[in-house]
Design a protein around this ligand. Structure first.
Ligand SMILES: Cc1ncc(COP(=O)(O)O)c(C=O)c1O
Length: 386
């Protein structure tokens, strides 16, 4: 298969037989864009390694030491944080790290800063120990800038934790080093812990450099837990594999305590393929993915530019643009209208917080042919509203 064959693989016909919570649950004729899951095949190396692990009957009780070694090596090389395998915990995707952070670091009534809008699980996790969400508002009009002065005003003596998602879902921002330094300064000055979700670290455009908050200085490293995974880069959410890292031993001991017996890492098969998703084996995939997504982003920008009622913040990272639709409809009404009238399934902006009202989020990690069909359908349906 050539590179184009991988990333332009999806057609409406061949996606029909794809199982899972995307095409597998969508009615015939519907194009699902509501879940951040790419329409690419699985990289051949990953498939082969999984088959090899089955052939080796690697289904016994087994250690996760080798995978954690590979993760610690990658965290040093890519993220600039010197970590050992003991500083790493394997988790079933990135979401459990959000739960573990709030469980470990907060008590009832404590305040947790999160952005509005933000990926849903950051909001829902507030119930774990009845913490109070404090919203750091991001404005599309200001390019979704992370304003440190606003953050400072939100901090009180009850603030225990700041949630950071970088690259940011759903705004598509990649935080600048300056923005990250400002967060680090606030956290260090006030002694607040930070949980950073860097699941989208590979998906950054225009030569931007993804910077890991914990790498900025030893003080912020000691206050931070960071998590990563594989589901966005390689389309393998079903492996249920992620990893978190903190060099703060007390924090790690506490999280291991909360996780013990409930959160038993991931499967042997997932751990067997982890090293090759962390070393340079799949650099060709990362490169091909970004070249393809760059073309897809260009199509999205051009097509949205042609629709007068829709505006889009330029994506700096991620493949989930978050356009705003000015048709006098709520994001739920719009989602339903475009689903019924155009057969395109998007996720409602309001589920990312009140700042998402009027927006829909769409996963555009698909073929150029499908994304073109999406905009043909969207344009025709929206014209009827003019
Ligand atoms: C920012 C962010 N964090 C976490 C997740 C969930 O990741 P995982 O499948 O690794 O649990 C997603 C999925 O879209 C996401 O966008």
């Amino acid at each position: 298969m050539s590179m184009a064959d991988f990333f332009n693989y999806a057609t409406l016909e061949n996606m029909r037989s794809r199982p899972g919570l995307k095409w597998g649950i969508s009615p015939p004729g519907q194009i699902p864009l509501f879940i951040a899951s790419p329409d690419f095949p699985i990289a051949p190396e990953i498939k082969q390694a999984l088959k090899d692990a089955v052939d080796a009957e690697d289904l016994y009780y087994n250690t996760d030491a080798e995978a954690r070694e590979a993760m610690a090596e990658k965290i040093g090389r890519v993220n600039g944080v010197k970590a050992t395998a003991d500083d790493v915990m394997i988790i079933q995707g990135v979401d459990p790290s959000i739960w573990l952070a709030v469980r470990q670091l907060c008590s009832e009534g404590d305040e947790v800063v999160l952005t509005n809008p933000m990926y849903g699980p950051f909001q829902r996790v507030m119930k774990v120990v009845n913490t109070r969400p404090v919203l750091w508002e991001l404005d599309a009009e200001e390019g979704y800038r992370f304003d440190p002065e606003t953050l400072k005003e939100l901090v009180t003596d009850r603030t225990q934790l700041i949630f950071v998602c970088n690259p940011h879902n759903p705004t598509g921002r990649v935080m600048t080093e300056g923005e990250l330094k400002a967060i680090a300064d606030v956290a260090v000055d006030y002694g607040i812990h930070v949980m950073v979700d860097e699941l989208w670290e590979d998906v950054v455009f225009d030569g931007r450099k993804h910077v890991t908050l914990a790498s900025l200085n030893p003080e912020i490293e000691g206050l931070t837990v960071t998590s990563w995974g594989f589901s966005k880069t390689f389309g393998v959410a079903g492996l249920k594999l992620g990893y978190l890292c903190t060099t703060n031993q007390e924090m790690m001991r506490g999280m291991k305590g909360h996780a013990s017996n409930i959160q038993r890492g991931s499967s042997n098969l997932s751990k067997a393929v982890a090293p090759m998703m962390l070393d340079s084996t799949l650099d060709w995939w990362r490169k091909g993915l970004m070249e393809h997504l760059h073309r897809i982003r260009g199509i999205c920008e051009k097509r949205i530019d042609d629709i007068s009622g829709v505006t889009l913040q330029k994506l700096e990272g991620t493949y989930v643009p978050f356009p705003r639709f000015d048709y006098g409809m709520s994001s739920r009404e719009l989602r339903d209208y475009l689903s019924n009238e155009a057969g395109i399934g998007m996720s409602v902006g309001i589920s990312y917080g009140s700042k998402g009202e009027g927006h829909l989020r769409m996963c555009v990690a698909t073929s150029e042919a499908i994304i073109t069909e999406v905009f043909d359908r969207m344009e025709a349906a929206l014209e009827k509203l003019d």
